[in-house]
Design a protein around this ligand. Structure first.
Ligand SMILES: Cc1cc2nc3c(=O)[nH]c(=O)nc-3n(C[C@H](O)[C@H](O)[C@H](O)COP(=O)(O)OP(=O)(O)OC[C@H]3O[C@@H](n4cnc5c(N)ncnc54)[C@H](O)[C@@H]3O)c2cc1C
Length: 83
């Protein structure tokens, strides 16, 4: 189960896209519209791939951690993670 983002800002967004109503085919299926999935799909298209790239999000883009974080851009992380 995917918990919907019920934050104040999320409530102000337009309605999410409707769900898929038919089978579709794709060369690359990216699952999840957070930073990881959106940047993967964006970079694939930016590199000029001819492949048909589809991004599938269960709720709406930014529903997960990407739409809930503190927006801190850090220049380093803890040593234990760097190692
Ligand atoms: C409270 C909080 C504060 C944070 N603060 C910071 C910060 O200040 N700075 C920082 O750099 N990082 C921060 N982070 C970490 C950062 O937000 C995450 O590392 C990052 O957003 C992860 O992105 P993601 O795309 O991997 O995952 P997510 O953003 O979680 O995206 C995954 C997406 O996949 C979708 N999904 C899941 N399963 C399926 C499925 N089966 N089918 C379709 N869709 C699916 C979900 O709905 C979701 O939208 C924070 C995280 C949290 C939770």
């Amino acid at each position: 189960m995917i918990e919907a983002n019920r934050s104040h800002w999320a409530a102000a967004l337009p309605a999410a896209n409707p769900g898929l109503e038919r089978d579709i085919e794709a060369d690359v299926a990216v699952i999840g519209g957070g930073f990881t999935g959106l940047s993967a799909a964006y970079c694939l298209k930016r590199e000029g791939t001819k492949e048909w790239v589809v991004l599938l999000e269960a709720e709406r883009c930014g529903n997960g951690a990407s739409g809930r974080n503190g927006a801190m851009l850090l220049t380093a992380t803890e040593d234990r993670y760097m190692e």
